[in-house]
Design a protein around this ligand. Sequence first.
Ligand SMILES: Nc1nc2c(c(=O)[nH]1)N[C@H]1C(S)=C(S)[C@@H](COP(=O)(O)OP(=O)(O)OC[C@H]3O[C@@H](n4cnc5c(N)ncnc54)[C@H](O)[C@@H]3O)O[C@H]1N2
Ligand code: MOO
Length: 333
Amino acid sequence: MVEKPKMREVPVREAIGMMLPHDMTQILPGEFKGRLFKKGHIVTAEDIEPLLSIGKEHIYVLDMPEGFIHEEEAGVRIAQAVSGQGLTLTEPYEGKVSMKAVWQGLAKINEQAVHALNALEGIAFSTIYGDQVVKQGDTLAATRIIPLIIEEARIAELEKLASSFEHPIVEVKPFQKKRIGLVTTGGEVFSGRIADKFGPVIRSKVEALGSEVVEQRFAPDDKEAIEREIKWFLEQGVDLVLATGGMSVDPDDRTPGAIAGVGAQIVRYGTPMLPGSMLLVAYHGEIPILGLPGAVMHEPFTSFDVFLPRILAGEKIEQPDMTRLGYGGLRKC
Ligand SMILES: Nc1nc2c(c(=O)[nH]1)N[C@H]1C(S)=C(S)[C@@H](COP(=O)(O)OP(=O)(O)OC[C@H]3O[C@@H](n4cnc5c(N)ncnc54)[C@H](O)[C@@H]3O)O[C@H]1N2
Ligand code: MOO
């Protein structure tokens, strides 16, 4: 158990001219929750009633023991110890320091490190789930210590532990601007019988992350024709090839065979996420080639939305990335 620090108790009416030892919170359900007084505020006669209204009959004057630091300094040090690129720290508020994205990118959170740091007594370090897209200004993590003061040595221990991990524990990886080739398969689209609905969806998803579809080419349900279009993009030196449709069980679903046919290494065909279970991820050398099933066209969040941001942040998708989507992966079926 963390012991509470010893403090001198002063009745609030006698506290005029004294300094508050921490931020003081007011909660009026449905109206207000926040800091009524900031740490370091000097109590005046006008403050007596507001202090009494939030239940402060006394204020406590902190005599800081040797070797201890205040919650605000501790919060800043923890945040500095865990944060890497793309983050800015907020000022302490009620002892809490938050880490916010300075640019749009992929949130990277080292889960193992988060658990290790939180196993230290008196530490509260809270994060969002990693590998999701964050916008500028989004909060990825926040931290505070549980007591008002803590031994400095315990924060030094946390800093040492944090630096033992290979990468920063929290960071925002920026997206790279990639050139993407789009191959749309399906005889009904190729012949003009129906209008293409995949192109606009894919363009808007990749543009939202700062990349571009350099060209969209069409192929009928013919393995050689699909291979020809994929190869054409590879020869143009695109950074990523996306092939849409023809990913399911029908004999004329030829896209997986064509991706293998151009000599790409298949990471996996199929992932346990719904929607988007018929997704295929492959690599031709360093160039990713994805086969996108029908659901990507009409569902707002599929397995494609899990992997596209990671690829655009320069990450390589491996088999375990695909197989572990099952837990929590049932979004819609
Ligand atoms: N018996 C089974 N049936 C289905 C399975 C299965 O495993 N067993 N999987 C289902 C899943 S999951 C998906 S997703 C769909 C379809 O996947 P495909 O990628 O093969 O899609 P297609 O067959 O090519 O097309 C389906 C549907 O979408 C229309 N389409 C396709 N591309 C376009 C485009 N560019 N623009 C407009 N419309 C497009 C197409 O005309 C079809 O109507 O299979 C499930 N079934
Ligand atoms: O692969 Mo389908 O895309 O799950 O609906």
